[in-house]
Design a protein around this ligand. Structure first.
Ligand SMILES: NC(=O)C1=CN([C@@H]2O[C@H](COP(=O)(O)OP(=O)(O)OC[C@H]3O[C@@H](n4cnc5c(N)ncnc54)[C@H](OP(=O)(O)O)[C@@H]3O)[C@@H](O)[C@H]2O)[C@@H](O)CC1
Ligand SMILES: [K+]
Length: 509
C-alpha cells in the first residue's frame, strides 16, 4: 500500500472531485457515511453518550456530517465546535448548516478554556478537530482541550488523524496531540503512525478507502510503501521442480564468540530454515561442537581464534556472507571483520557487532559491497548515524546514509522500516513478543538466506523482514507474546511462508 503525504492527499482530493465529477460536499457525504457505518457496526445503537469535537476546516466538516448521521440513527450526540478562527472552510459551513435539519440541539461553540465541557470516563469522544490540514502546533485553550480529552477515561475515536499530529513531518516537541484509542484514517495510514514517538497517538487504526482517484494514486510517488501480506506475496519466488540445492545458494554465517555462540546458532539455523541450499557457520573454535550438535544441517568452519575471531581464512568464493551477530568488537575481531568484508564483492548482511565495528571504524564503510544490508536496532543505528530528535529525523538520517554509501538499512522496531536511498518500506507484520534476545540474529539469517536464493538484496530485506514478523505472529498464537523466543520464531518461518498464501491479510497477534 502506498503511503501518500498530507499534501499529496489534498491534491488527490481535488483530482478526485474533477475526475468523478462530484462536489466536495458529496465526497464528504461519502466519507462520513463510510465512517458512520463503521462506528454503527460496533455500537449497534447503544445509548452511550457521544461527544463530537469539530474543528472549522474539512476535518470538522467530516465530524459534523458523522454527527448528523448519528443523530438520525438515534444516538445520544453532543456536538462542540472549536471556534478558533473566523476562517471556516466551505464544506464545514455546508455541514454546519445541514445539522440543523436533524436537531434543535445546535453545536456548542467553544471559545476559551472555561467552555470546555466535562468529559466522563463512559463517554465516547469523536475527535474531528484537525486532520491533514494541521499547519502549526495546537496552543492556548485548544491545547487544554486536548489535555482534558486525553486525561479523560473516554474512548477516543479520531477522524483521519489524531488532532495535533503531523502526518509526515517532524512533530514539534511537547506539542498537544490527541491520544486516540482508535483512528479511522482515509486512503492510507500516515507515515507518523508507524514511528515510535508519534505512532502511539493513533492507537489502533483502520484504513477507510474513500475512493480517491486510482490513477492519481497509481502515478504518485509515495513517501513510503507499506508491506502487507499481499505485497509480500508478490515478492515471493516459488521453487522450480528440477532445481537442486546448488540453485539456492550457500550462506556463510560469520558469528559468535565465547558466551555468544548462540548468536551463530540462531543466525545459521534461520538461514537454513528460510531455504538457503547450504549454510556454513564460520565460528571461533569454541563454537564448533555447539554448532555441530545443535544444527546438524549446518556445516562449520572454525577460525584460528578459540574464543573470538582472529582472522578470516575462508576460501569459498561462492557464498553469501552474513556477519556480525555476537562477534564482539575487540581489535582482532575488527581486523577479521575488515578482511571478511574486503574480500566480498557480492552484497553482505551486517548485523549487531558488525554494525558497531563500522560505527567505530567509519573508514571501513567504503569496503562494504554496494547494496549490502545493515540491520541495526536503534542503539546500533545511533552509533552509526548519531542522535536524532524525532522519528522523522531518524528516517532522514537513514536516507542520507543509504544514498551516500549505496547500502540498505533495515531500521528494526515495532514497524521495521527498510531504507534504500530515498525509498522506504514499512513492515506490517510482527508483534511485541518479538522484542526478545536473538530475534535480530534470526532476522540476519533470514535475509542472508534470501540473498543466497537470488532475491535482490532490497527485496530480500523487505520480504525477510515481513516473513520474520509473520513467523512471530504465527508463533504468538501458540506461545503468546511472553513465550516467544528467537529459536521459536525461526521455526515458524516455513509456516509463515505457507500462511502467506492462505489469507490476504496478515495475521497479527
Ligand atoms: N483527500 C482527503 O484525504 C480528504 C480529506 N477530507 C477531510 O479533510 C481534512 C482536511 O481538511 P482541511 O484541509 O480543511 O484541514 P483541517 O485538518 O480540517 O484543518 C484546517 C484548518 O485548521 C486550521 N489550523 C491548522 N492548524 C491549526 C492549529 N494548530 N491551530 C488552529 N488552527 C489550525 C487552519 O486554519 P488557518 O491555517 O487557515 O488559520 C484551517 O482552518 C482531512 O483530514 C479529512 O478529514 C475528506 O473530507 C475528503 C477527502
Ligand atoms: K482529527
Amino acid at each position: 500500500m502506498k503511503l501518500l503525504t498530507a499534501q499529496q492527499l489534498a491534491e488527490a482530493d481535488k483530482v478526485t472531485l474533477l475526475k468523478q465529477n462530484i462536489s466536495s460536499e458529496e465526497l464528504m457525504e461519502r466519507v462520513s457515511m463510510l465512517v458512520f457505518n463503521k462506528i454503527h457496526e460496533r455500537l449497534g445503537g447503544a445509548p452511550v453518550p457521544i461527544k463530537i469535537f469539530c474543528g472549522i476546516g474539512n476535518n470538522g466538516g467530516d465530524g459534523l456530517a458523522i454527527a448528523r448521521h448519528m443523530i438520525q440513527h438515534g444516538y445520544q450526540v453532543k456536538v462542540y465546535i472549536t471556534n478558533c478562527s473566523k476562517h471556516r472552510s466551505e464544506d464545514f459551513l455546508t455541514h454546519y448548516d445541514k445539522i440543523k435539519n436533524v436537531t434543535k440541539d445546535w453545536p456548542t461553540l467553544l471559545d476559551c478554556k472555561d467552555d470546555i465541557p466535562v468529559i466522563n470516563g463512559g463517554d465516547i469522544v469523536i475527535d474531528a478537530i484537525f486532520g491533514i490540514g494541521l499547519n502549526r502546533p495546537i496552543d492556548g485553550w485548544m491545547a487544554d482541550l486536548i489535555k482534558q480529552i486525553n486525561e479523560s477515561k473516554a474512548f477516543i475515536v479520531s477522524i483521519d488523524m489524531p488532532s495535533g499530529l503531523y502526518a509526515d513531518t517532524a512533530q514539534p516537541a511537547d506539542s498537544a496531540v490527541v491520544r486516540a484509542s482508535h483512528t479511522f484514517t482515509f486512503n492510507n495510514p500516515k507515515l507518523s503512525f508507524f514511528l515510535p514517538d508519534t505512532g502511539v497517538f493513533a492507537g489502533s487504526f483502520e484504513v477507510i478507502d474513500i475512493g480517491l482517484d486510482p490513477e492519481f494514486v497509481n502515478n504518485t510517488e509515495p513517501i513510503a510503501t507499506l508491506i502487507t501480506n499481499q505485497a509480500a506475496q508478490a515478492i515471493y519466488k516459488p521453487r522450480t521442480k528440477f532445481s537442486h540445492k546448488g540453485d539456492y545458494g550457500h550462506t556463510l554465517v560469520m558469528a559468535g564468540s565465547k558466551g555468544k555462540i548462540g548468536a551463530a546458532v540462531l543466525s545459521a539455523s534461520a538461514a537454513i530454515n528460510t531455504g538457503s541450499g547450504k549454510v556454513t557457520a564460520y565460528v571461533p573454535s569454541c563454537g564448533n561442537n555447539i554448532l555441530q550438535t545443535s544444527v546438524p544441517e549446518v556445516m562449520t568452519l572454525t577460525d584460528a581464534g578459540s574464543e573470538h575471531f582472529e582472522g578470516f581464512d575462508v576460501e569459498l568464493d561462492n557464498y553469501n556472507l552474513c556477519v556480525g551477530p555476537g562477534i564482539g568488537t575487540g581489535d582482532a575481531v575488527v581486523s577479521a571483520f575488515a578482511k571478511a568484508i574486503k574480500q566480498q564483492s557480492a552484497p553482505v548482511v551486517i548485523d549487531a557487532d558488525g554494525i558497531n565495528i563500522l560505527s567505530a571504524n567509519k573508514k571501513l564503510i567504503k569496503d562494504v559491497p554496494e547494496s549490502s544490508v545493515l540491520t541495526p536496532h536503534d542503539g546500533e543505528l545511533e552509533r552509526l548515524l548519531g542522535k536524532w530528535s524525532s522519528g522523522m529525523e531518524r528516517l532522514e538520517l537513514a536516507k542520507t546514509f543509504s544514498s551516500k554509501h549505496n547500502l540498505i538499512l533495515v531500521l528494526k522496531g515495532a514497524h521495521t522500516i527498510t531504507v534504500s536511498g530515498t525509498n522506504m518500506y514499512i513492515n506490517d507484520s510482527g508483534n511485541a513478543g518479538m522484542a526478545t534476545a536473538g530475534s535480530g540474529d534470526v532476522l540476519s539469517g533470514v535475509i542472508s538466506s534470501l540473498i543466497s536464493q537470488k532475491y535482490e538484496p532490497l527485496m530480500a530485506a523487505v520480504f525477510g523482514v515481513y516473513i520474520h514478523g509473520a513467523a512471530g505472529d504465527l508463533a504468538a498464537q501458540t506461545y503468546a507474546h511472553e513465550g516467544l523466543k528467537a529459536g521459536i520464531i525461526s521455526n515458524f518461518v516455513g509456516p509463515a511462508i505457507l500462511q502467506l498464501f492462505r489469507n490476504d491479510t496478515a495475521q497479527r497477534a
